[in-house]
Design a protein around this ligand. Structure first.
Ligand SMILES: N[C@@H](CCC(=O)N[C@@H](CS)C(=O)NCC(=O)O)C(=O)O
Length: 363
């Protein structure tokens, strides 16, 4: 029985749980709070989720966790075989993990009904039985930590708010168009792109009151996909996936280039200058003093490595769909200061790092 340390409204725990259910892998949910010392010794970080195996090994970081769990499977893989789709799936996974995080935190902590619900859920799940803090005070501390750290502290202001919300709406529109055509991102079977999209879509956009209402009205096929993902099991006949990128998927790739890849380049540049915060422009929206992330420099390195490993034909096909200005960070050879993270390639069993500082973006 795998032990999953996280909480019941956590973004990345939702991604992992969707996968574990798909593979019928038994697991038990445990809170991170009260177990911090164990997690830090075992996995190097306190973040959600951290996994403890029966044999005493510790794992963290959902992208390498899913990759390792898949390597243990004999069943058809969640990673597409076709190299073009495989690359696109990895790119969508990274976008879901690292770009949609900001709008997800914004909707949860900037809207009063969502904030009240989420703070109560975190209190019940993490604090009530583990910390001798009065409920009222704990809830105030939680709200202030999340709002100041992950929303205002991640560049969401009166000036950027509209853009932050627009990126959620665009994600919905692109996915609605895809799920009107097929049940999962690439066909009749979920891939790592689907599992990663469940991070933001399950426990945030499909559960917090404000974005859920928007999803139901604007993108009912996405709302339906969330439930389908939660209840899906491997298809014994093997996957039937699209053989070429269509317009609906192409539109999503343009959005990913202009948002996520643009941010990865500007973050890597700031990291090279040893800045803890930097200003960035995404789709003409100017974000002031967002936190630099060493982890995201590593994400970019992983995508660049995957790009370099593609043959010429596949690269040419992909050039056609990615926006050249922003996506050229994958191929233009600009060298950034290396992250030096996971150099011996032992993730998810390594001593990991948080996406930001020691968890919350540092001031
Ligand atoms: N790359 C990691 C990210 C995990 C992560 O950042 N989880 C969030 C919550 S869902 C977290 O623990 N944040 C740190 C904090 O709140 O202190 C993964 O994919 O598992």
């Amino acid at each position: 029985m795998m032990r999953v340390y996280g909480c019941k409204i956590s973004y990345y725990t939702g991604k992992l749980e969707t996968y574990l259910r798909y593979r019928s892998i038994d697991y038990q949910n445990l809170p991170t709070v009260g177990n911090e010392r164990k997690l830090r010794v075992g996995a190097g970080v306190v973040q959600m989720p951290v996994v403890e195996l029966d044999d005493g090994r510790w794992l963290t970081d959902t992208t390498p966790i899913l990759a390792w769990l898949e390597s243990e499977q004999s069943a058809p893989s969640i990673y597409p075989e076709d190299p073009t789709l495989k690359f696109v799936a990895n790119l969508i996974e990274d976008y879901a993990d690292e770009w949609l995080w900001r709008p997800a935190m914004h909707y949860r902590w900037n809207y009063r009904a969502d904030r009240n619900y989420a703070a109560q859920a975190l209190y019940d799940d993490l604090i009530a039985n583990n910390r001798p803090i009065p409920r009222f005070i704990a809830i105030q501390i939680l709200k202030s930590r999340q709002l100041n750290g992950f929303v205002r502290g991640d560049g969401v202001t009166a000036k950027t708010r509209e853009h932050v919300e627009q990126t959620y709406l665009t994600a919905l529109d692109c996915l609605q168009a895809i799920f009107e055509r097929r049940p999962f991102v690439f066909g009749d079977t979920p891939t790592n792109a689907d599992f990663a999209l469940m991070g933001p879509m399950l426990r945030h956009f499909g559960q917090d009151p404000t974005p859920t209402e928007i999803m139901r009205n604007r993108a009912p096929a996405v709302y339906e996909w969330v439930a389908r993902m939660w209840n899906t099991k491997p298809n014994q006949k093997g996957p039937k996936l699209i053989t070429a990128i269509d317009q609906a998927l192409g539109d999503l790739l343009v959005e990913i280039s202009q948002t996520h890849l643009a941010q990865l380049r500007q973050n890597a540049h700031a990291y090279g200058k040893n800045l803890t915060r930097y200003d960035q422009t995404i789709q003409d929206c100017h974000y002031v003093q967002v936190p630099t992330s060493r982890y995201r420099v590593w994400c970019l390195e992983e995508l660049q490595r995957a790009w370099t490993a593609l043959d010429d034909d596949t690269q040419t096909k992909l050039h056609h769909f990615l926006s050249p200005v922003e996506a050229s960070v994958l191929w233009d050879g600009t060298s950034f200061m290396p992250s030096n993270y996971d150099r011996d390639k032992t993730a998810p069993f390594n001593q990991a790092i948080n996406v930001f500082g020691r968890g919350v973006p540092p001031r």
